[in-house]
Write a protein of this length. Sequence first.
Length: 251
Amino acid sequence: MKSSIYQQLTEKKRAGKKSFTVLIDPDKVDSASIEQLVGLATDARVDYFFVGGSLVISNHLDDCIRQIKTSCNIPVVLFPGSPSQVSRYADALLYLSLISGRNPELLIGQHVVSAPFVKQSGLEIMPTGYMVIDGGAPTTVSYISNATPIPSDKNDIAVCTAMAGEMLGMKLIYMDAGSGAKRPINELMIEKVAKNIDVPLIIGGGITTAEKAYLNCKAGADVIVVGNAIEKDASLIREISDAVHSVAVKA
Ligand code: 1GP
């Protein structure tokens, strides 16, 4: 039987293997660019695609995912900015609760409204404690969420938030500096959070180099997510993927 994506993630974590995820914003791709991305990602052994964004304006989420699914075996995980971003064509859904914010709608409100629809989708649901960390400038996620990000130097707040999320039952912790962040999350914060939780730790936002991805993995990230930098230069897929996967070899 095919193991669930979550099971894969926990097994990889136990084995010290790191994963690389390419984030696709459905608003920013067309059929030709999806084809190119899928080709590069397959060659580079990318582990997952996340699909979604804080603000998805177009309505071709289903088409985008179907095209990815018909062209490769890389699992597609929804990273929804709103309950409308659910597609039954994906493999799994990050069921995000914005635990770094104090906006009840994003902690539980939208989940209540969308629960029957999400359950009916048949997707693998992965409860995820989503933490927005200040990335040096307001990002779409910080604006849309109407919630203050955790200051980038407040490691203790990040640690306690992640611990609380895990104890509340979150199966993943996702620390995000926001798409296109000027300043990605620093390694010290990643290290401290990673030491205090057992569930897989996803890190994203403003990662633009293979070196940064490598250092984040060394600090304790289990999954690295890159979107913007790849939109600008798709050849980075290979470089970052190699860097992320090299950490396990050296671990
Ligand atoms: C944003 O973590 C993701 O939610 C990825 O960020 O687009 O800056 O790589 P970038």
